[in-house]
Design a protein around this ligand. Structure first.
Ligand code: GLU
Length: 307
């Protein structure tokens, strides 16, 4: 059997947040507690939103917290030729089509929302003739969508159990490349996880509903399916969802107040790995790690001012 390979794949559009660090910690402990490899991938595929300065800051913050990784971190912004190659495969096999819809059109045609932010595409451009598409491309650069079948995809999440989704009904034809040329998250993640040999994907529960789309891409591209473990949301001591705008919960503020071991200790406590809040390094947490201790309810932080 090959060595378990986990990864953390942050989007550096801001400073690392406690929720990101929790995810990194669980991904790391899960891999390392089984003698596995751990990789870091910077998901800056949306290049304008993710300046290199923030990516470097993210790497420095992870090092400060004590994380180590086994290969040089990948930057998605440097891998666009690779994504293009896989997109070309999908297009050559007839799985894609150009979509000329504007954002305003998409919103006005949207079917009732399914999932948090997901809108099922109504296939307005799915059956354009090649001549029509070529004509439209003269005035508007298209996005490229993946045609999905009316099929169920199911998988067993390591924490949330059996998940099932009908691709056509629940997610619709989704974007692989945006009209501005940037590649979509789904394609980049699938290609990178497969080419890096990732066998275990630990990430936030907010991405759970994207997994069937990614599995369909894996199927089309003949990639193996990793084990998925989506982790519950981290909420504050009052049970409120943490938001990126809570600046006091990102590392720029926390690093002034707490040591790395204090930050990891409170997250490990929230995740059920420690019976009480006390400082703990990653090395100290490795032998304590067990997925059976992590519950699927929201993970509640201790009150930060009481520490
Ligand atoms: N880049 C995504 C995020 O920061 C995570 C994607 C993944 O882990 O697959 O939310």
């Amino acid at each position: 059997m090959s060595i378990p390979t986990g990864r953390f794949a942050p989007t550096p559009s801001g400073r690392l947040h406690l929720g990101n660090i929790l995810c990194a910690m669980l991904a790391y402990l899960s891999a390392r507690s089984r003698g596995g490899r751990f990789l870091l991938r910077i998901e800056d595929v949306d290049i304008p939103r993710c300046p290199r300065r923030l990516a470097r800051q993210c790497i420095d913050d992870l090092s400060w917290l004590g994380f180590t990784w086994d290969e040089t971190p990948l930057y998605q912004s440097e891998r666009t030729d690779i994504y293009r190659k896989y997109l070309d495969h999908l297009t050559a096999d007839g799985h894609t089509y150009p979509c000329f819809c504007t954002r305003a059109q998409l919103m006005s045609l949207a079917a009732p929302n399914l999932g948090d932010t997901q809108v099922v595409y109504q296939r307005t451009c799915a059956n354009l003739s090649p001549a029509e598409a070529a004509q439209r491309a003269l005035t508007r650069a298209p996005a490229i969508r993946l045609r999905v079948p009316d099929e169920e995809v199911s998988f067993t999440d390591g924490l949330f159990g059996l998940q099932q989704e009908n691709l056509a009904r629940d997610c619709g034809d989704f974007i692989l490349q945006r009209s501005d040329g940037l590649f979509g998250y789904q394609l980049a993640v699938v290609v990178d996880d497969a080419l890096s040999g990732v066998s275990e994907v630990v990430r936030g529960r907010d991405i759970l509903s994207a997994t069937p789309r990614q599995m369909y891409l894996q199927h089309l591209l003949h990639f193996p399916v990793p084990q998925y473990l989506h982790i519950p949301l981290l909420v504050d001591a009052q049970g409120r969802r943490l938001a990126k705008r809570d600046k006091d919960l990102d590392l720029s503020a926390l690093a002034q107040l707490f040591t790395p071991a204090e930050i990891l200790g409170m997250l490990a406590y929230s995740a059920g790995l420690l019976p009480a809040v006390h400082p703990a390094t990653l090395e100290q947490l490795i032998p304590l790690f067990d997925w059976a201790k992590v519950k699927t309810d929201d993970l509640r932080l201790p009150a930060l001012d009481s520490l």
